[in-house]
Design a protein around this ligand. Structure first.
Ligand SMILES: C[S@@+](CC[C@H](N)C(=O)[O-])C[C@H]1O[C@@H](n2cnc3c(N)ncnc32)[C@H](O)[C@@H]1O
Length: 202
């Protein structure tokens, strides 16, 4: 759906980042389309890309290196329990990955995002949103039923930003002006506010 209606969404996602992040972590990288936009925008940044699928990560890393980006590191592992120290990242991106996961996994990953961010660090989340208008709503409904997990509606109508706030972030901006996408910019204000997703299950 994004390929058809939202070609510019991924560039807009990377453009939402503020400042000059030195360490960018991309969780649930997939094919790394958004990541390449960050790399172009912040060519000097150290980029850490995380996905369960090592083959995808290897392809993403090779592609970025071919384009001239040298500072790319891959972590083939579980974003619910990152092998990374706390307070390391200036920016964490999670784009079009959370809707594929159930609530507890989303909370664990958002908890880890909070833990690895430096205080003041920025979280950018882009994911599907509900549509307005009867025709568009009906079309999106059919698409979601056919191609996306049944729990995707939990992210709609404030659900996603609520989950981000529950993980300890201060939600600063919610943009609904991009096609089928909700773009959320949030900040880790202090160390203490992180809910640390793993506390939920331990
Ligand atoms: C839809 S893709 C992400 C798309 C991509 N971020 C983008 O912007 O186009 C979802 C990815 O999440 C990864 N994934 C799912 N659960 C994960 C987990 N617990 N830890 C790390 N990666 C995970 C999958 O392997 C898959 O590559």
């Amino acid at each position: 759906m994004l390929r058809v209606f939202g070609r510019d969404v991924r560039s807009q996602t990377a453009r939402a980042a503020s400042g000059s992040p030195e360490v960018i972590v991309d969780l649930l990288t997939g094919a790394g389309i958004v990541l390449s936009r960050y790399a172009r925008r912040f060519p000097e940044a150290r980029i850490i890309t995380v996905d369960l699928n090592p083959r995808l990560l290897s392809a993403v890393s090779k592609s970025l290196k071919r384009q001239g980006f040298k500072n790319v590191e891959t972590i083939a592992g579980d974003a619910r329990e990152l092998p990374m120290p706390a307070s390391q990242a200036d920016l964490v991106n999670i784009s079009f990955g959370l809707h594929e996961l159930k609530w507890l996994d989303r909370e664990l990953i958002l908890g880890e995002a909070c833990r690895i961010l430096k205080p003041g660090g920025e979280l950018i989340v882009a994911d599907y949103r509900e549509l307005s208008g009867p025709v568009r709503r009906a079309m999106a409904r059919v698409y979601f039923i056919l191609f996306e997990p049944r729990w995707i509606a939990e992210l709609f109508c404030g659900g996603l930003q609520g989950e981000i706030a529950d993980a300890g972030f201060q939600v600063e901006k919610v943009r609904d002006d991009l096609p089928i996408t909700r773009l959320i910019v949030a900040r880790k204000v202090t160390e203490e506010v992180c809910m640390g997703g793993l506390k939920l299950v331990r």
